[in-house]
Design a binder for this molecule. Sequence first.
Ligand code: ADP
Length: 758
Amino acid sequence: MVGPARGAALRGGEAETILSIAEKLAKERRARLAAERLLEQKKRDLFAANSQLSRHARSLSDQIVEQRQGLELARTEAESLKGRNSQVLHDLERANCEAAAAQRRLWEAMETIGDGFAVFDVDARLVIANQVYLDLFATAGIALGDSYQRLLQILSDEVAELDGEDAQDWRHEMLERLAPDEIEPMVVRLADGRHIRFVDHRGEAGELVSMALDITEAMEREAELEEARARAEAANRAKSAFLANMSHEIRTPMNGVVGMAELLCGTDLTDEQRLFAETIKSSGEALLVIINDVLDYSKIEAEKMRLYPERFDLERCLHEVMLLLQPKAREKGLKLLVDFDLFLPTRYIADPGRMRQILTNLIGNAVKFTSAGHVLARVVGIERADHDYDLHVTIEDTGIGIAADNVDHIFGEFNQVEDQSNRKFEGTGLGLAITRQLVELMGGTIWVDSEPGQGSCFGFKVTFAPAEPAGAAVQPDRPVLLKRALIVDDVQINRVILERQLQTYGLEVTNCRTPAEALQALAAGPAFDVILTDHDMPEMDGPDLADRIRAAGVTVPILLLSSQPDAAGDRTAEMAAVLQKPVLRSQLLKVLQDLSHPAKAADFVPIAAAPAARSDEEARAMRVLAAEDNRTNQLVFRKMVADFDIELQFAGNGREAVELWRSFRPDMIFMDISMPEMDGREAARAIRAIEAERGLAPVPIVALTAHAMEGDRASILAAGIDHYLTKPLKKAAIAARIAENCPATARPAIPAASGEPA
Ligand code: ADP
C-alpha cells in the first residue's frame, strides 16, 4: 500500500504523517491484538462460567429430583399414617364400646345376684356397691365415698340386732376382724330377722372386696334339720327303750318256758315226750339268742353300748367258749382246737363279757358253717413298748368258706350270704355286725380271709394291758422233765385248760372227774410224776384225797389248786405246792420246773389258819331268800333248788324282801331286779343301809336280771348287790352261788350227788 514513490513525495511532513499513521496502525494492531486476547480470555472465562453453570444446573436438577422423590415418599408416608390413625381411632371407639358393654354386663350381673357386693379403696371408702349392698343401709342411705366406719355405725345403730352386745364393742370387733390377711366371715343378724354373712377379701393393692350373703333360708333349713335330727334321735331312743322293754317282757315268760322245759327234761319221760321237751328248750334258747342279738344291736346303734374292763383270763374265756360249743361240734365230728401262745400272759384288762361275745360269735359261726374237719382258735401277740400287748386272735375253720364278692358285706347288718349252700343255716345276720362293732369299740380291727369250699379264717387285733406280774416269763433253760400227770377236778373246763397247758410242756395227762376215779387210776394205771388236784370237790376235798393217796403208799408230788388256799388250813402237809386258782401258767410252769430239778425245792405257798370245822349233825339248813314277783319264775326257781338242803322263802316284791330279810335272816338273797312297788335295786339299797346302821355283816345278794342292759349292770352293782345272774336261770349257776355263800355254821347246801356245776 505504501509505495517508494509515494514515500519520496511525502518527505518531510509527509514522513511524519506516515509515521504517525504507522504508529497509529501499530497501536491499533496492538489494541486489536489486546482486544483479541481479551476476547479470547473472556471467551475462556465465559466457557468456564458456562460449564460451571451447567454443572450447577445439573446438580440443582439432581437435587430437585431427589427432593421430589423425598416429597413423594413423605406424601405416601403421610397417607399411610393417616390411614393408620383412623384405624386406631376406630379401634379405640370399638374398645370403648366393648368396655362400656362389659361394664354394663358386670353391673347387670352385680345387680342380678341376690347378694350384696361392694369394694372399698385402700382408705376404706366405698368405691363400688350394688343395690343389694346399698339397700342393707337403706334406712340411713349411703353413697359412694362413704367410709367403712360409717357403714358399721349405721349397721350397729339401726340395722343389726346385737343381742345386747355393746354397739361400740361390736364395731370394734368388726374392724379388728379385717386386720388379718385371711378375713374370717361374720354373720350378722338384722333387726328384720334376716341373717347376713359378710365375706371379705383383701385385694392385692389393699382394697377390700366385700360380699354380703343372705343366709336366712339356709339358717332356717339348718334349724329344721336340727329339729328333724333331734326328733329322729328321740325316736331312736324310744325305739331302743322299746326294744329293751320288749326284750325284757319277752324274756320273762321265756324264762318260764326254758326253765320248765329243763325241769321237764329231768323227769321220767317217754322218748317222744323227751324229744318234745328238748325241742321246746332248744327253741326257747335259740329265740333268746335272737332277742339278745337284736337288743345288743339296738344298743350299739343307739351308742348305748359301754365296755366294762376288768381283770380276766383270756385263755380261760376262750376255753369256756369252746366248751360251750363242744356238744354241737361233737355232733358233727368236728375237732375244736386252741393254740394260745405259750409266751403270752393269759390275763388282761378288758371287758370279759364282750370278749366272750366276740369269741362266741366267731367260733359259733365257724362251727355252724363247718361240717367236717376242725375249728382252731389261735392267740398270738407281742408286747409293745408301753408294756401293753397287741393280741391277734384268729378263728380258722375248714367249712364252706365265703365267696370273694360276699366277703365285704358280711360284716354289715342283716347280711347273710345268699346262696344254696348257706340257706340251710339259721341266724339273724347280726352276729358279725355286732362283733365288728364290739371289736372297734375295743379299739381293734377285724378281718376275714376265705376260700369257698376250703374254709374261712376270721381274725381280729386288739391291744390289752396285761393283768399279771411282769417277768413271769418262761425260762427255757429249765426244761420240764416230768412225763405223766394226773388231774383231779370236778369242773370240766378246769380239766381242759390244765390238760392243754400240761400238754404244751410235753406231759401226758390222765383226767379224773372225782377223787374216787383218781384213786382208781393210781391203783390201776402207770406211775405218774405229778398229781394236780382241785381243792373243793363234792365227794372229797383235795387234802382228804392227798391223805388217801399217801395211805395207799403213793409218794408222787401233789399240787393243790385252790380258789381259797387259806381255807386248806394246816392240811397241806402232803402238798408239794399250793397254787391259787385260776392258775397262772407261768407259776404252774415254775413249779413243774422245780419238780424236774429238785435241787431248787418248790416254794410252798404260806397257808392261813384253818376255819372252824363244821359239825353236820347240829348245824341248821342254809337260809335262802328269793325275791321274785312272777309266779312262773317262782315255780321254776323252787323246782331248781328242790334237791338242795336249804330253807327257802319267797318275797313278791322289794318291800316284802326287806321285811323278810329282817325276820328270816337269810344267809343269802336272790333278788329279781324289776319288781312292782319296790324294785330289786331299791330293796338292796335299803338292806345295805340298815346293815350299815346296825353294824351287821352284809348279806350276799345275787341279782337276777334279764339280759343286762348296759348301765343296769353299773346301777345294779352300785346298789350294793354282789353278783348277778342272767335269766333264764341255770340250775348249775344257782347251785354254785348257793355253795359259795353257804356259811360254816350251816349244813352243806349242795349235796355231793348234784354233780358237776359246769
Ligand atoms: P348269722 O350267722 O346269724 O347268719 P353273722 O353276721 O354271724 O350272721 O354272719 C353273716 C354271714 O356270714 C353268715 O350268714 C354266713 O353267710 C357268713 N359267715 C360267717 N361266718 C362264716 C364262716 N365261718 N364260714 C362261712 N361263712 C360264714
